[in-house]
Design a protein around this ligand. Structure first.
Ligand code: MG
Length: 256
């Protein structure tokens, strides 16, 4: 069952999204060679709590931190620790915040120091695939139109999307129906309606799109240890298209 949010609920989700965006901005500013992912976690958690919200991820299914910090071959769900960022790393930061009972969820991949041309291209294509998918987010279109647009764009660059991790509906729960794969068939799936709130999140492998979960039962890596990237926004379907709720203003910003 996909819920349609009222204007009041969307207003609260806009607040939650702004808090997520603020936390992302603070983490982006703190990313540099030598900083630990634990330190980045603390930066995000402080912004979220100071804004009157609760970190959505902390304790979710037992997850031990407020952000996911996923370096290089780690696709998603990396647990912050005392690992120091190194020159040439890329790190995907995923942040969720719950404000007055409603969640915002967004992810962004950042470079650390000087990164390879391959890494730059992976990040660019993954970021672009998010906004290419979002171009299909409008009332009357179907969910498969978004999924298809993301998958085709990624694959046209020779990259792959893992089939076992998807975007999702979002609201009073962080993960609501529908699941939103990063591949699919245009014209299939549920019809998008004004007031649906969705987290669209392309996850992309530079190599083969097979994943493995490490022994900590959280960290998801590419099986072939190739680089990965992850970009995500929470959106609401409007009368004519979509609105990004988790607005941020870095690295190309919220446009194609
Ligand atoms: Mg998400």
């Amino acid at each position: 069952m996909i819920s349609i949010k009222s204007n009041f609920e969307i207003e609260v989700m806009r607040e939650a999204g702004l808090i997520v965006g603020k936390a992302h901005r603070a983490v982006a500013d703190a990313i540099k060679v030598g900083v630990t992912t634990n330190e980045l976690n603390a930066v995000a958690e402080k912004v979220i709590r100071d804004s009157g919200a609760i970190p959505s991820f902390l304790g979710y299914g037992g997850f031990p931190a407020s952000i996911c910090a996923s370096i290089n071959e780690v696709l998603v769900h990396g647990i912050p620790d005392n690992t120091k960022l190194k020159d040439g790393d890329i790190i995907s930061i995923d942040i969720g915040a719950c404000y007055k009972g409603y969640h915002g969820d967004a992810a962004w991949t950042h470079s650390v120091g000087e990164i390879s041309e391959n890494a730059k291209k992976l990040m660019q294509v993954t970021r672009e695939s998010l906004f290419i998918g979002l171009q299909q987010a409008k009332p009357g279109n179907r969910l498969g139109d978004i999924c298809h647009a993301i998958g085709c764009y990624v694959e046209s660059h020779g990259y792959g999307v893992p089939v076992d991790y998807t975007g999702h509906g979002i609201g009073t729960s962080m993960h609501e129906d529908p699941a939103i794969p990063n591949y699919g068939v245009a014209g299939r799936g549920v019809v998008l309606k004004q007031g649906m709130t969705l987290a669209i999140e392309p996850m992309v492998h530079i190599g083969k799109p097979h994943t493995k979960v490490l022994k900590d039962n959280w960290t998801v890596v590419s099986k072939d240890k190739s680089l990965t990237a992850h970009y995500e926004h929470t959106i609401v379907i409007t009368s004519t298209g979509y609105e990004i709720l988790t607005i941020n203003d870095f690295e190309g910003g919220d446009k194609l």
